[in-house]
Structures are given as C-alpha cells and as structure tokens.
Design a binder for this molecule. Structure first.
Ligand code: NAD
Ligand code: GLY
Length: 338
C-alpha cells in the first residue's frame, strides 16, 4: 500500500471500501455497467459533453431531491469528466459540501483527481467555469485500470509522458525503454510517481498564481484549442494533449528555447505509445490561435505557454509569437487552410 499525505488530501493506492451511510455517489453509465456491485445514486451519460451547465444542473437537482445535506459527502466515481463535474457541483451545492474522488481512469488517477481543480466547459472554451476545491480524500484503486479500453489507457499515458517531459527525465526514459501497459508490474509505481510529482507542484502553487502550477499545462494551450475546435469528439483529452505537446515542443524549438531535435524525439516517444502527432486540428491555424487566447494563462490577449526546454525541464513563456504558432500548426495539420 502506498500513501501520499498532503494537505490537499490523502492519496492511497489501495482500495478502501467506504461505508455508504451519508454518501451520495455519482458515476457515468460505462462505470456503472462495468461495476454493478458498486452502489450509486446517480448515473450520467459518459463523455466530455456531460461537463456542461445542463449536467451540472442535473447533478445539483439530484442532490437537492435526495435531500443531501451540508454534512453529507459526494463521491465522484469515474474519470476526469465525472471528477471535474461532480467536484464543481460539490463546491457550489450549499456553498460547498465534502467530496471524495474515486478516479477510475489512468488520466484521472495521475492527474485530474489530484490538485483540486473542478469545473465545466463552455462552448467558447474548456474548463472556463470552475473552482479550486480539493477533495477530502482521493482513493486510487489501480484495478479499475484493467477495464479501460486501450484508447482510454493511452489517453492517460499522454499525461504520464507529460510528467516525464516537464519534470522527470528518468520517468520519460523508463517509459520509452519499456512502454507502460495496463498489465505492467510498474503500473502502480508509475501512478504513484505521477501523483507525487503533481502533488509537489500543487503544494508549491495551489492557486496557480506563482507560475509553477501553470507549467503542468505543457501541451494544453494548443490541446484545449484543438478539443474546442473539433467539438470534443474527434480526440480524447490525452490525444489532443499529445498533438499539443508536439506543437508546443516545435514552437519551443523555433523560438530557440529548446535544442533542435527535441520535438522529433518527443514525437517518436508519443508514437511509440500509440498517441497521435499529426492530424486534423479543427480548422484554420489562425482560428485555433483565437481559441488559445481564451486560455486561462493568456495575458492581455497574448499567448502564454509552458514550454519544454529539454526532456525533464520546462519554463513558462510569455508573449509566444502568434506567427510561430500559426507556422507550426500549418505544418502539422491535415486541415490547414480549411
Ligand atoms: P472520461 O471521464 O470521459 O473517461 C474516459 C472514458 O472512460 C469514458 O467513456 C468513461 O466512461 C470510461 N471509463 C471510466 N472509467 C473506466 C473504467 N475503469 N473502465 C472502463 N471505462 C472507464 O475522461 P478522462 O480521460 O478520465 O478525463 C478527461 C477529463 O479530465 C477532461 O474533461 C479534462 O479536461 C479533465 N482533466 C481535468 C484535470 C484537472 O486538474 N481537474 C486534469 C486533467 C484533465
Ligand atoms: N492539469 C493541470 C492542473 O491541475 O493544474
């Protein structure tokens, strides 16, 4: 059993069944079907489209109908979509009630359940409505990973690889030398390592005001814009982030921040792990840049990105030139000029 205790919560890589007394558990239809022995109170449609106002309202109404009280606990059982949506409902229902995350995807275990960011999307952009609302507890059971479809496993791998690229060269080298699978004996230790890496960053800059936490966003400025422009349907979150990491490492090279060949090396590693490095990006590069300006890191309409300078290190860069971004997107897109 592995435990990581931080003031943001308690992470344990062992399943501790919780007493179902004053708990209200919310999941999605895939998880409910796969784990019928876990009692749940509300089942939502799976997918990013549930992270919107309509489903937020549905959750809040269900809590009120069930007479959930201030001292009750809401349990988010599922991937990042359920965690973000249910966490936001918990943050706002009765001005905030206890909530526990039980992440069931690799992405949610290594990333979204850690650090307290909760929220929903707007048509204009991802996660534009939300809060910092740390769960009281995060219960990580790696057995959930066994039922993940390969595509969803790879989606989580994108964030695992990201940790290697921005913070941990040894982790990146390990993942390239021996790609992780759901059956790898290293699965739990890699998950724990990622949780520790993220927890350390969050501890140093919980509310993303010091420039440290924003570094976790490598690949996300471009990736989020791709998700918005492709209607959240063409790519999983991790696939969009993979494309974003390719674009942003290339941008770093063109800006002279990263040494030549870094993007190529990153692309090789991503391809090896079944992730996309080229494709339809959702339209004209200039339109993607407009979406990027709604990114929360953007300052006065300029682009701010977390850029990898070498494997294992990154820096937050302001005033990224739009012309460089457009050039890179044009080169890697199958739909440039559309
Ligand atoms: P998801 O929640 O949509 O889950 C992916 C798919 O896997 C869904 O179809 C789901 O039903 C299914 N699933 C979940 N658990 C399963 C299991 N054990 N076995 C089989 N299928 C299972 O997506 P995700 O990739 O987990 O999370 C993506 C979301 O997380 C995005 O909305 C992204 O913005 C958000 N995110 C948030 C943060 C944060 O800090 N809050 C960080 C990263 C990503
Ligand atoms: N996923 C980035 C963060 O939690 O800050």
């Amino acid at each position: 059993m592995i435990t990581v205790q931080t003031h943001h919560g308690f992470y344990c890589v062992k399943f501790e069944p919780f007493e179902r007394s004053d708990f209200f558990t919310i999941t999605d239809a895939h998880v409910a079907k796969l784990y019928p022995n876990l009692r749940v109170d509300l089942i939502l449609e799976p997918g990013e489209s549930s992270k919107d106002f309509v489903h937020y309202q549905q959750v809040i109404a269900a809590l009120a109908d069930a007479r959930v009280q201030r001292k009750s606990t809401v349990v988010a059982l599922g991937g990042g979509v359920i965690g973000d949506l249910v966490g936001f409902a918990a943050a706002t229902y009765m001005r905030g009630i206890r909530f526990i995350q039980v992440p069931t995807t690799l992405l949610a275990q290594v990333d979204s359940s850690v650090g307290g960011k909760v929220g929903i999307d707007l048509p204009q952009g991802k996660n534009l409505v939300g809060a910092f609302y740390p769960p009281c507890e995060v219960i990580v059971d790696t057995r959930f990973i066994q039922s993940l479809p390969l595509r969803e496993f790879r989606c989580g791998l994108a964030e695992v690889l990201k940790y290697g690229l921005i913070l941990d060269q040894e982790l990146w080298n390990q993942l390239i030398a021996s790609p992780l699978t759901a059956l790898s004996t290293e699965l739990s230790s890699v998950i724990e390592r990622c949780i520790r890496l993220k927890a350390d960053v969050v501890e140093s800059d919980e509310f993303e005001t010091k420039g440290e936490r924003a570094k976790l966003n490598f690949g996300h400025t471009v990736g989020h814009a791709i998700e918005v422009r492709t209607g959240y349907e063409k790519y999983t979150h991790g696939e969009a982030i993979s494309l974003g990491m390719v674009a942003e490492s290339w941008i770093a090279e063109k800006m002279g921040i990263a040494k030549r060949g870094l993007s190529e090396a990153i692309q090789t590693g991503l391809v090896q792990n079944g992730l996309p490095v080229r494709g339809l990006l959702g339209g004209n590069p200039s339109d993607l840049v407009q979406s990027m300006k709604l990114d929360k890191k953007s300052e006065n309409g300029t682009l701010v990105m977390s850029l990898v300078t070498d494997i294992g290190t990154c820096e937050l860069v302001k005033d990224v030139p739009e012309s460089v971004v457009v050039e890179v997107l044009s080169e890697m897109s199958d739909d440039a000029g559309m």
